[in-house]
Design a protein around this ligand. Structure first.
Ligand SMILES: C[S@@+](CC[C@H](N)C(=O)[O-])C[C@H]1O[C@@H](n2cnc3c(N)ncnc32)[C@H](O)[C@@H]1O
Ligand code: SF4
Ligand code: SF4
Length: 355
């Protein structure tokens, strides 16, 4: 059994595929430079949230805005869905954002509306000079003003810092600033994207080269795994899998209102180029069709579909020609490679102010 609907306690959302930034390793960009043309530009709507929250008791569900293709605050439907979710009495709302959208009045008001049922993770990868090297088009001072307005109005804010060569030396300084500003938590994390793409550098759309840190654990792990299994693909095929989202009783909904078991499976449908991951998706769509998980058509019935209730478990534990292992699962939730920077051991997180 994968999960019963009553066990779900968190829904992670890609509320929109819109964003004001152009981070070069984000799935919304191709080659770091152009907006991915295979990604539909669209948003979830109020009607979608009515479907999403309908089966759940009050004070049960946490909504986590952290998608693959956009920033929730870039969406014109965000505010009404946020208010509706609070009215429906969701347990908690977490928003991961680049922090550079909206103005200080809006941020104070957000803190007031959300109260202690809201927390915001500001993705800030450096200081004034360095943050825009990866967070292309962002304005550090505007982010600081927004975050300060939110914190001053009583909001709970976390600072999440992705480590690159160009910002590595600033981690302690950023943590001190976070503390001074009243952030409650500071997290520094490796990125696995260089290892995943077998790259050490990525050019951004302004021609600046972003480089990996020298001692990225993911890169070391991938080398070791490749030696041990002859190839990384062989490892992906063979490794025992422990599903992180099944463990955390979380599901994911993309910006087209398709239900997926996790954020990683919510991405490949809109990749621009074929990859090992999209091959697995070709197989899934061949057997189930393209809209088997469309909640606008089928609501929560989607969750009873064979894909969720049989395919996933068989593909992890007893794969065959029909229930083939999904490449993304082996890569992300195998026993040796910690793909995720947010869920795994490759993360340093500290509480810096009591809330
Ligand atoms: C696509 S973003 C969407 C949320 C929001 N726009 C943001 O950037 O926080 C989802 C997550 O991916 C993270 N992310 C972006 N680029 C990354 C990278 N190169 N390595 C690891 N995580 C990355 C973001 O920091 C965020 O936590
Ligand atoms: S801010 Fe988030 S969604 Fe926007 S480009 Fe950067 S990582 Fe992608
Ligand atoms: S990648 Fe596969 S195994 Fe990992 S969380 Fe997603 S569904 Fe579960």
């Amino acid at each position: 059994m994968y999960l019963d609907i009553n066990e779900i306690n968190k829904i992670q959302l890609d509320h929109t595929s819109r964003c004001n930034l152009a981070c070069p390793q984000c799935a919304r960009m191709i080659n770091g430079k152009t907006v991915n043309p295979s990604m539909p530009i669209t948003d979830l709507t109020l009607d979608d949230y009515k479907i999403l929250l309908e089966p759940f008791n009050k004070n049960k569900i946490t909504l986590f805005h952290c998608g693959n293709y956009g920033d929730a605050l870039a969406s014109s439907t965000f505010d009404e869905t946020f208010n509706y979710s609070l009215e429906k009495n969701v347990k908690h709302i977490r928003i991961a954002t680049n922090g550079s959208l909206r103005n200080t009045e809006w941020w104070s008001e957000l803190a007031n509306r959300g109260g202690n049922r809201l927390s915001v993770i500001f993705s800030i990868d450096g200081l004034e000079e360095t943050n825009p090297m990866y967070r292309v088009n962002s304005n550090f001072n505007k982010i600081k003003e927004n975050a300060q307005a939110f914190i001053n109005a009583g909001g709970t804010a976390e600072w999440a810092f992705i480590e690159f060569k160009h910002n590595y030396h600033q981690i302690a300084q950023a943590e001190q600033l976070a503390k001074d500003m009243g952030f409650s938590k500071f997290t520094a994390k490796y990125t696995s994207r260089f290892a995943d793409q077998d790259q050490t550098t990525q050019e951004n759309k302004k021609g600046i080269i972003v480089e990996d840190t020298a001692d990225n654990q993911n890169v070391k792990d991938k080398k070791e795994i490749t030696q041990q299994y002859n190839s990384f693909d062989e490892y992906v095929e063979q490794t025992p899998i422990t599903c992180k989202y099944q463990r955390d009783k979380t599901v994911f909904v993309d910006m087209c209102m398709k239900l997926w078991p996790c954020c990683w499976l919510g991405a490949p449908e809109y990749f621009h180029k074929p990859t090992q991951q999209t091959k697995s998706f070709d197989h899934l769509f061949n057997i189930y069709g393209k809209d088997f998980n469309d909640m606008r058509k089928y609501g929560w019935q989607v969750f009873e579909h064979e894909f969720f209730q049989e395919y996933l478990d068989k593909s992890w534990n007893e794969q065959d020609n029909k229930f083939k292992r999904i490449y993304t699962c082996g890569r992300t939730c195998g026993e040796k490679f910690e793909f995720s920077s947010g869920h795994g051991k490759n993360i340093k997180s500290e509480i810096i102010n009591d809330k």
